[in-house]
Design a protein. Structure first.
Length: 592
């Protein structure tokens, strides 16, 4: 939520900051702003997309320091006045913020009496608070240490002191922030993507640390002001990976990368046998119950993973919604193991659970797409998805990558009879075949979904789990109210919603439930529903609209989900919606 980019160096940084913000736009896109400092101090901000703000920036300014922000509103509606950067009451400090401050009322009433604030944001309070604290301290460093003592909540902050054009400050607690190390410049950012054009060397922050950053050096301090020495790392991210190339939208690009992602996962995890850290495998084998914790699409991958792990290894698995688990923790078994599934590695709900798990002394694994992300650093073990950057807000390739990695993990702790390498290779080839159905799927999306207000996906077993993910994808980008339903459960109440022309899309890939689900399709048809069946060949009927080639029964989610992703994409395209940046959403959800 919210993206931050900062620069200090010799060169003019207007375009570096604005280009960096565009790479972070997936994190929030209701308003944006930049502060540019060089021959003066200039702040430009605007409601809406970054291009709106970009048009207001005076091209004649030379700025060797800049901070920028793209916002996902938490405190105060999206508006120019609420967008960042915010200035302190005396115009000394300029600040951008990602996070949520919990004690803003206390801070305002205690430290800012008599100071008029112009916005509805907690961030403006922080800017003025910084000025008040620095005034009563010997220097900015000590002011920041005071600040960290009294401010409660999550924050990644980039800060400029207009009295000193040689430094940029950054402070972090529970929101992501990293330093980009350059030659005669340094940067700050919410993730590597906003800096990768300029540098591939990065230094992460930990919570309750701050940094003083010059153009040639930087120092990280802990909250007591003690210097922290931390090694840099080189990111393997390629700046081309975050470009659209020939595609009109990232979502389409990412849908069509899924066969390559499965092959990449095989190449990363297979070397004459699957290779996964032995200590991790022992922890899993010795545990009496696996708990998977995740949110949204990653949760949906988790429930498919449960089925795969339980079937292959017989080990019981519970899957928890992160935001529920943290404050509503169930009774745990004697020797549990925890798996966090998170594309971004930054989701605040999941991170809150991991903190709790760490406090309880349990071991954990993070399955993530982002090396060096917070959940990766804080868990005992990490398995990477190797899916390449996922830029579209709606997750597609991360979902299939998560299921593929979970299947490898399940295989490694079991004696299940399967040639998993061969079966996953077959999945990759079958996904390639699904791409060729896209024009047909596009027509279905138009005829079934162009003017409907609601829609149902139904299935049983793994098909039900895919139905849940398919429904989330359709609602989040097309805004059609969609439910993913257990096909057999429909008749226990929800069938009351079926009326003439309501689309009901059934997923059928299992011979055990084929006839039952087809019975449910008939039931809704006889009440007027407009039905469509996505099936796999061995259980298909000639009249099924979308028929996919067969894969191993435990891996069907990896292929049945692909047409549903296309359906969502084309439904949103037909409605003229902003596919990669759906309303109200953000890719990296770093607030609880
Ligand atoms: C939906 C989507 C979200 C994320 C969820 C968790 O398309 O992308 O539901 O899956 O916010 O995010 P991660 O996986 O980064 O923890």
């Amino acid at each position: 939520m919210c993206g931050i980019v900062g620069y200090i160096g010799e060169n003019d940084c207007k375009d570096i900051i604005i280009d960096g913000l565009k790479k972070l736009e997936y994190r929030g896109y209701d308003s944006s702003g930049v502060a540019l400092i060089g021959d003066g101090e200039y702040v430009f901000k605007e409601k809406g997309r970054i291009v709106n703000m970009e048009q207001t920036v005076n091209r004649d300014i030379f700025a060797s320091i800049g901070i920028g922000h793209t916002r996902w509103a938490t405190h105060g509606r999206p508006s120019k006045i609420n967008s960042h950067p915010h200035m302190s009451y005396d115009n000394r400090f300029i600040l951008v913020h990602n996070g949520v401050i919990e004690n803003e009322v206390y801070l305002r009433d205690t430290y800012l009496k008599g100071i008029d604030l112009v916005s509805e944001t907690d961030t403006e309070i922080l800017a003025s608070l910084m000025s008040v604290l620095v005034k009563s301290s010997c220097c900015v460093k000590v002011g920041i240490m005071e600040f960290m003592k009294i401010v409660k909540g999550s924050y990644a902050l980039a800060l400029v002191d207009t009295l000193d054009n040689n430094r940029l400050y950054a402070i972090k607690n529970m929101s992501p922030m990293i330093i980009g190390v350059g030659d005669e410049f340094n940067m700050l950012g919410s993730d590597v993507s906003c800096m990768i054009k300029e540098t591939n060397e990065f230094v992460p922050f930990e919570d309750m640390e701050f940094a003083v950053i010059g153009k040639d050096d930087f120092i990280i301090y802990d909250k007591e002001g003690v210097v922290v020495n931390r090694d840099s790392y080189i990111s393997e991210l390629n700046s081309d990976d975050i470009e659209l190339g020939q595609y009109p939208h990232y979502m389409l690009k990412e849908i069509e990368e899924q066969s390559s992602v499965i092959r990449k996962i095989l190449s990363e995890y297979y070397d004459d046998g699957f290779v996964v850290d032995n200590d991790l495998l022992s922890e899993l084998e010795n545990s009496d119950r696996i708990n998977i914790i995740a949110a949204g699409t990653s949760y949906h991958a988790g429930i498919v993973g449960k089925k795969i792990i339980e079937t292959m290894s017989n080990k019981p698995v519970d899957v928890h919604i992160a935001s529920e688990f943290v404050y509503n923790t169930p009774v745990l078994s004697d020797n549990p193991f925890f798996i966090f599934i998170t594309q971004s590695g930054e989701t605040a709900d999941s991170r809150a659970c991991l903190k709790k798990i760490n406090q309880l002394g349990y071991k954990s694994l993070t399955i993530t797409n982002v090396a060096g992300s917070t959940l990766s650093r804080e868990a005992t073990y990490t398995l990477l998805l190797h899916a390449g950057p996922e830029i579209a807000v709606a997750s597609t390739k991360a979902y299939t990558a998560q299921i593929a990695v979970l299947s490898i993990l399940a295989f490694c702790i079991s004696d299940y009879e399967i040639d998993l390498y061969k079966e996953l290779s077959k999945v990759a080839n079958t996904i390639d075949e699904v791409y060729s159905l896209k024009n047909k799927i596009k027509d279905y999306a138009e005829s079934y979904l162009s003017d409907t207000r609601n829609c149902f996906y139904i299935g049983r077993g793994i098909d039900y789990y895919v139905a849940m993910e398919a429904a989330l994808k359709l609602k989040e980008i097309s805004y059609i109210q969609t439910e993913g339903f257990a096909a057999g459960e429909l008749k226990h109440g929800t069938i009351a919603l079926i009326e003439d022309n309501v689309p009901v899309l059934a997923i059928i890939s299992s011979k055990d439930t084929n006839l039952n689900t087809r019975g449910n399709v008939k039931e809704v048809e006889s009440r007027g529903a407009n039905t469509l069946v996505i099936s796999t060949k061995s259980v298909s009927n000639e009249s099924d609209e979308i028929i996919l080639n067969d894969v191993h029964p435990l891996l069907t989610a990896l292929i049945t989900v692909i047409p549903t992703q296309y359906i969502s994409y084309y439904a949103a395209l037909n409605r003229g919606l902003d596919i990669d940046k759906p309303r109200n959403l953000a890719k990296s959800v770093t607030v609880e």
